[in-house]
Write a protein that binds this ligand. Structure first.
Ligand code: 8ID
Ligand code: ZN
Length: 349
């Protein structure tokens, strides 16, 4: 049976540490499922929510988390396509209206009424979490819930970003922030899609990890004297990468990428550093015919495809697991930029 109380990490006030406490288990509405979250990845977005540093208010108090992997333990009366015991994923898009023009064209992340897990509705840093049945991700039974949890945001987002870049097999993509959560998965998806990878991040631990994941080059933003020329030099003809995937949490690379991307190339902005601006020189942008665009998570189809790459064994990104009770420690490490790969929390501890 489902208990009436559970442990959760609660943001009571932004800018203050999360509070590990007992809270009630919610009941699913008619079109919702209740998921017993086993594991949840910790995304930098959760830290933005804790800090309240985006121009978008969170609900308060708030249970964060949007990379939740677990088991369906309840559902509302209108739900007829889930079975108790199914594996389900709680992702960033918790629900959407399903009828606006964006939802109709499968741009559900653009729905003005989208519910955001761990931001506008309670998310996966609790043992029992609610998701709209139409949007929860279907996880095949053969998948390991611990290892797949980071796919539910990081994986979906970078897979979508790589598709949006238009980069084709054999071409080169620069991943900026390659040593972090999204970046480490981006290397794996890029490789699986037949792309060649230049990793950009800082420090020897991330250099080693990105090489093990399959990056051919590493540019250290902390020691490089000229990131722009170093990235260009890492491509065979010196003309720069075909695409740039920006997943860093720092404004600088958002103002640099247009300078090293290849003519006809595409810069994809994914990371969301607070208060930051993109910048590109008009002259070079025009005569190089470059494209700069944003990419925001993925729709339900992107999510299913990203999960399928994982199921096929193509995505093996490094993660470390700690108890849900230790979430604040993960935030502290993330704030210091000390995490190579992803942290996952185990909701039973
Ligand atoms: O849908 C979306 N657009 C979406 C989805 C999910 C997450 C956007 N995000 C956003 C998050 O909110 C966050 O702003 O993507 C960003 C990255 O999330 P993350 O991968 O979870 O963060 P991380 O694990 O802390 O990794 C960030 C990496 O960037 C590196 C850091 O060293 C770290 O490894 N980095 C930084 I900070 N500055 C850099 C620089 N100048 C840099 N790497 C290269 N050059
Ligand atoms: Zn996320």
């Amino acid at each position: 049976g489902v208990p009436s109380k559970q442990m959760a990490q609660v943001i009571e006030k932004t800018g203050q540490p999360v509070v590990f406490k007992e809270i009630p288990v919610q009941k699913p509405g008619p079109d919702e499922i209740l998921v017993n979250i086993k594991y949840s990845g910790v995304c930098h977005t959760d830290l933005h929510a804790l800090n309240g540093d985006w121009p978008l208010d969170t609900k308060l108090p708030l249970v964060g988390g949007h990379e939740g992997a677990g088991v369906v333990v309840g559902m509302g009366d209108l739900v007829d396509d889930w079975t108790l015991g199914d594996y389900a994923g709680v992702k960033w898009i918790n629900g959407s209206c399903l009828s606006c023009s964006f939802c109709q064209q499968a741009d559900e992340p653009l729905c003005a009424k989208a519910l955001l897990s761990g931001y506008t509705v309670d998310g996966s840093f609790q043992q029992y979490c609610i998701a709209k049945a139409a949007h929860a991700a279907r996880i095949p039974k053969e998948c390991d819930l611990e290892a797949i949890s980071p796919v539910l945001c990081a994986g979906i987002t970078v897979y979508k970003g790589l598709k949006e870049s238009g980069a084709r097999p054999g071409q080169t993509v620069a991943i900026v922030g390659a040593g972090g959560g999204l970046g480490s998965l981006a290397i794996q998806y890029a490789k699986a899609m037949g792309l060649r990878v230049i990793a950009i991040d800082g420090g020897d631990e991330k250099k080693k990890m990105t090489a093990e994941l399959g990056a051919e080059h590493f540019v250290d933003f902390m020691t490089s004297k000229n990131v722009v020329s170093d990235v260009k030099a890492a491509t065979e003809d010196g003309l720069g990468p075909h695409a740039v995937i920006l997943v860093a949490v720092n404004e600088k690379p958002f103002q640099q990428a247009a300078e090293y991307v290849r003519p006809r190339g595409t810069v994809i902005a994914i990371g969301l550093p607070a208060g930051a601006y993109l910048r590109a020189p008009v002259f070079e942008s025009v005569i190089k015919m470059i494209t700069i665009k944003g990419s925001y998570v993925g729709n339900r189809r992107d999510s299913a495809e990203a999960i399928e790459f994982f199921r096929r064994g193509l995505i093996k990104a490094p993660f470390k697991t700690v108890g849900l009770s230790e979430l604040q420690k993960v935030y502290d490490l993330m704030h210091e930029g000390k995490i190579a790969g992803r942290y996952v929390v185990d909701t039973s501890k």
